[in-house]
Design a protein around this ligand. Structure first.
Ligand code: B12
Ligand code: SF4
Ligand code: SF4
Length: 374
């Protein structure tokens, strides 16, 4: 058996659905990254700016590297909403893929080395100085789309990417034929509630709910809050409408349901007495730990504002008065004004909270809410 087929075989045995190689060189879409960063479309994701040179010229970071073995792992599954109707991006419902794919890549690298196919390797996934989608498209394991996601005929947009940087020149052909294009479809551009897809394949992260709920650390801009709807963490709208994903297999068992997601309650997330340490313990092994307790409580407040309920009203009033984070207090003020403005108690509570607020930015945010929501 050729080295090419053996690599492919081992990768599949270890659970990778898609494999293909591309030389370790400047990604084809590097000019797009440069333009995107120059426009500031990355928002506060400073690491993307800091890593710019390494991303554009990956060979400089890995002098021994010759080949990128790009892998894809399907994660298609049904949508998940909590008992209170909050939605969580499907990729984050189960075990954290960073751990799972990272460990599988280590196993793959070791297996390839054992068979003498490579000597050294590095496994990487997600937040690394590599344009994974661009390299994976070059490796032939998916095609680029108007939603910016990489698509595959079997999984649609529902697959993770990862890679091994190999010290040998190697060509592995994709195991499944990859054909397709968006054609005249514009469903993702049409569905995006914040017009974050500013042109085919171009996304302004500052407008994207995924960025706002996962990566952004401060208050979420007022003009985007109502558009958040019931998205607590991430956003799948542009993936859900994509016809290429509609027949993807249900792979829910692969990553399972994280216990913290199974029992998740917005009201509990907003509880001012929940510490970061308790939050981190509950969400250990979940991608949802990333925004920390403060970020997820902020998101929970917005969802409760967009989906009013009696338990939500009580939780928001508590949070307004007693949350240790000014970002969460301010989000709760918005949620109360937006979803519960007709309630007799709310206007007085908001007045009092604004007068007593010690954080100038939160106070200004409350004033902004007053002007916008009255
Ligand atoms: C920063 C980041 C984000 C940011 C910015 C996303 C973005 N579109 O740039 C935010 C936080 C918003 C985000 C959101 C999401 N992300 Co993200 N993210 C990344 C990360 C770390 C870097 C991406 C990057 O460099 N962006 C800069 C732009 C310029 O690069 P790009 O998007 O890769 O570029 C592609 C498009 O711009 C397209 N393109 C450019 N011009 C044109 C023109 C035309 C005509 C066309 C058709 C296409 C096209 O081509 C490029 C690919 O070859 C990657 C991991 C990595 N290291 O690559 C994961 C990654 C892209 N994310 C991923 C996922 C799953 C998501 C979400 C689906 C999560 C969710 N459900 O909430 C959303 C999807 C939002 C979207 N529609 O893109 C997966 C994508 C898997 C896949 N099959 O595509 C990745 C690869 C992580 C992984 N290892 O699996 N993400
Ligand atoms: S993830 Fe949501 S907000 Fe972001 S581009 Fe897609 S539909 Fe728009
Ligand atoms: S929804 Fe349509 S336009 Fe958007 S990525 Fe899928 S096929 Fe392409």
């Amino acid at each position: 058996m050729s080295a090419d087929s053996r690599v492919s075989e081992i990768a599949h045995e270890l659970g990778f659905d898609l494999v293909g190689t591309t030389p370790l060189q400047t990604p084809a879409r590097a000019p797009e990254l440069e333009r995107w960063l120059a426009e500031g479309a990355h928002g506060s994701m400073d690491y993307l700016e800091r890593h710019r040179e390494r991303t554009v010229n990956p060979a400089a970071s890995y002098p021994e590297g010759r080949t990128l073995l790009m892998v894809g792992v399907g994660h298609s599954r049904l949508a998940h909403a909590t008992a209170e109707g909050a939605r969580i991006a499907r990729y984050a419902i189960g075990r954290d893929y960073h751990n799972a794919v990272g460990k599988a890549l280590q196993r793959l690298g070791k297996a390839l080395a054992r068979e003498g196919l490579i000597q050294r390797f590095r496994g990487r996934v997600d937040a690394v100085p590599l344009m994974e989608r661009s390299h994976a498209a070059s490796a032939g394991i998916g095609f680029e789309s108007k939603a910016a996601n990489l698509l595959h005929p079997r999984f649609g947009p529902w697959f993770f990417l990862g890679e091994l940087i190999l010290d040998v020149e190697l060509e592995v052909s994709p195991n499944e034929p990859v054909y397709g294009s968006c054609g005249s479809c514009t469903a993702c551009l049409d569905v995006c509630p914040t017009d974050a897809l500013t042109a085919p394949g171009r996304l302004d992260a500052r407008l994207c709910l995924s960025y706002q709920t996962i990566e952004h650390r401060g208050p979420i801009p007022h003009e985007l809050r109502a558009s958040h709807g019931d998205w607590l963490f991430g956003c799948d709208l542009c993936s859900e409408v994509c016809p290429w994903g509609h027949k993807a297999p249900d792979l829910a068992d692969r990553f399972g349901l994280h216990p913290a997601v199974a029992t998740l309650s917005l009201v509990q997330l907003l509880d001012p007495s929940q510490t970061q340490a308790a939050f981190a313990a509950a969400f250990r092994g979940s991608a949802m730990a990333r925004p920390k307790r403060e970020g997820l409580a902020r998101n929970a407040a917005l969802v409760l504002g967009n989906r009013p309920s009696e338990s939500g009203r009580i939780a928001l009033l508590h949070s307004l008065q007693g949350d240790p984070s000014p970002i969460v207090r301010e989000a709760s003020a918005w949620a109360l004004a937006h979803g519960y403005g007709g309630d007799a108690e709310v206007p007085a509570a908001l007045d009092r909270a604004q007068r007593q607020e010690t954080d100038p930015k939160a106070r200004a945010g409350m004033q902004r809410t007053r002007e916008r929501e009255s």
